[in-house]
Ligand binder design. Structure first.
Ligand code: M6R
Length: 612
């Protein structure tokens, strides 16, 4: 994972690097470091977040117009100052930041040790910079040539920025499977793991392709070659100036801000897509390939984590409304199991970041096998978006909290519209049903606002339960994936062990866990599953479980069945996953808050998982 930011040009580099690293912390926040060249090299590294690095450099020399920075998610070696990037070579001449994994690092390290190289860190990245220096010195090569030749012997993935302190008028960059964007501006080059941090400086970006090496000079010239030394004419892409707001505003965390943004982000997602006049859903990505979508009999959805949960909801909706068979796969499994893909199958990749390594690899596999690929992503110009045959954006705006909230409800909203759209194309739905659903989706933002009003009730309930170390989330039908999502949310930010189950599965094992210390959150908002669910609640209550019932305002369920009740607005049943997930987001937020956890940056995690 890890985030890279670098600059070479006319401006002071350090503030650009720090600002960029803060925007890249979604890729990891175990440690941060910066190297600035100004006559001599100033190198600062600190375990922890970018703000710790900022404090550490306070009052120290940071001026210079060539610098690189890194925010790390540890793979090889514990989070520490000495494992933080940038790493230097044996002589101290080369300095490098790296995102990726050098798979044959042990082999290379042994080789280098035999040649007298010493290592100051436990990282695979240090091995790479040392290896490049070995090539450079042994064959008297320019840095660009040393990088090109060394990378031919490297197995694994990389996005690197490297400079030679003896020739500090250029930066060399290279990438394979990890993203690297180069922003072109009159004042210099901006290099980053994604285009976000540079979007306020430039609208022209080159996305380096795999196994390409670029040389960016301080005089504004640049060139790109591949590993075989062929010159590459890179394509310059236009990016839009980012209006994304990176402030928390009046909220204590990005997560809470993002939870409360949902009425607006859902409005954004639906506003140009609900075609009330024509009783239709406008999904350009589908309309442009209408025949393909009409003829498909099988859809495979791939994703990870929360996006996978959204995919499961998509499966329920698409099968029910459009009568198309849907399979939902963990991208990490799909990519390695030689899946059967038939002609006319459509593979849908779901991803907030658009950078998740496993989802990207699954998408590439689907492309190779000749499937039509369609992605539902939040981040514009992300790698997954760029590698898909077709794309629809979730339009939730930048999501910073590691726990996905507004992106999830955006994904589910988009999938709901997709299911209706497919049903229209395949003529499995009648116009009055379409009208009913469009009307209901139109009301969603208001209903989400209503669901957010449960905040204070939830705060009181969670205060009483936050010392329990386990929890169960149960739902049936469309609320089963929501239960999975509720459990994931709770464990990732509050470190409470939580599991999500289809309610009826309890008696096949998990019911053994129920006692007076087990809070059980039950999603009862889908009326079609209600009667069966009530029996499941009774089974839990009679075993002394603590029942927290999440129900619609108008549902009549005996209060005796529940220890606590959270009431949310009633919605059309196909939309219940969106409304039901709001209280679960608030439950995990308050649990993390009462337990004193870092809500936006939970331990061991990163927002975007760019390693497999
Ligand atoms: O960016 P993606 O949607 O591809 O990310 C997938 C998962 O890493 C992500 O949803 C993760 O599970 C979240 N932290 C959950 O809140």
């Amino acid at each position: 994972m890890c985030g890279i930011m670098a600059y070479i040009g006319k401006k002071e580099a350090y503030p650009i690097i720090i600002d960029g690293l803060k925007k890249l912390e979604y890729r990891g926040y175990d440690s941060a470091g910066v190297a600035i060249m100004n006559g001599s090299l100033s190198l600062y590294k600190k375990q922890g977040k970018v703000t710790f690095l900022e404090d550490f450099t306070d009052g120290k020399k940071t001026n210079g117009n060539l610098a690189m920075g890194h925010t790390r998610w540890a793979t090889h070696g514990i989070p520490s100052d000495y494992n933080a990037h940038p790493h230097t070579s044996q002589s101290g001449r080369l300095v490098m930041v790296h995102n990726g994994i050098i798979e044959n690092y042990e082999f290379l390290k042994t080789l280098l040790k035999e040649k007298g190289f010493n290592f100051k860190s436990d990282t695979d990245s240090e091995v790479l910079v040392q290896f490049i220096e070995w090539y450079q010195v042994k064959y008297a090569l320019t840095l660009k040539e040393a990088v090109r030749r060394a990378l031919q012997d490297v197995e694994g993935t990389y996005a690197i920025v490297i400079m030679d302190t003896i020739a500090p008028n250029k930066i060399i960059v290279a990438k394979k499977e990890n993203p690297l964007a180069i922003g072109l501006a009159d004042d210099g080059f901006y290099i980053a793991s994604d285009a976000g941090p540079m979007s306020k400086y430039t609208s022209e970006v080159i996305y380096l392709n795999d196994e390409e090496v670029g040389e960016l000079n301080i005089d504004g010239s640049f060139s790109v070659i591949d590993l075989e030394n062929n010159e590459i004419a890179s394509i310059v892409t236009s990016i839009s100036k980012s209006n994304d707001n990176y402030d928390k505003g009046s909220f204590d965390s990005y997560m809470l801000k993002e939870i409360f943004q949902q009425p607006d982000t859902i409005k954004n997602c639906i506003s140009t897509r609900l075609d009330v006049a024509n009783n239709n859903i406008d999904l350009k990505a589908v309309d442009e390939h209408k025949r393909l979508f009409k003829n498909t009999n099988r859809i495979i959805i791939v994703g990870c984590g929360t996006s996978w949960h959204a995919g499961l909801i998509g499966e329920y909706l698409i099968e029910a409304l459009a009568n198309v068979s849907v399979e939902v796969e963990y991208a990490s499994e799909f990519r390695y199991r030689n899946p059967v893909i038939n002609q006319n199958d459509i593979v849908i990749a779901i991803s907030q970041s658009g950078e998740t390594a496993d989802t990207l690899a699954a998408l590439k596999l689907a492309n190779e096998k000749g499937a039509f690929t369609y992605s539902l992503v939040n981040t514009p110009e992300s790698t997954i978006a760029r590698h898909s045959d077709s794309v629809s954006y979730i339009k939730a705006g930048v999501e910073i909290g590691v726990a996905s909230t507004k992106a999830f409800t955006g994904q589910v909203t988009l999938l709901t519209m997709l299911a209706i759209k497919l049903a229209i194309i395949k003529e499995t739905i009648n116009p009055s049903e379409v009208q009913k659903y469009i009307k209901a989706i139109h009301q969603l933002p208001t209903l989400v606002e209503g669901a957010l009003k449960t905040k204070n009730v939830i705060k009181k309930i969670v205060k009483k339960l936050s010392n329990n170390n386990n929890a169960l989330f149960l739902g049936r039908g469309l609320n089963f994936p929501v239960a999975l999502e509720g459990a994931l949310k709770l464990k990732e930010i509050s470190y409470i062990h939580a599991e999500g189950y289809p309610a009826a599965e309890m008696k096949h094992g998990p019911i053994a866990l129920i006692d007076e210390n087990m809070p059980v959150f039950i999603l009862a908002t889908n009326d079609s599953a209600l009667n069966k669910l009530v029996s499941n609640i009774q089974e839990i209550k009679s075993r002394k479980g603590i029942v927290v019932l999440i129900k619609n305002e108008d549902q009549i369920i005996s209060k005796e069945l529940a220890d606590y009740v959270i009431e949310i607005p009633k919605v059309e049943e196909i939309l219940c996953p969106i409304i039901s997930s709001i209280p679960l987001q608030l439950i995990s937020y308050y649990a993390a808050k009462f337990r004193g956890c870092n809500i936006d940056q939970p331990r061991n995690l990163a927002k975007s998982v760019t390693v497999e």
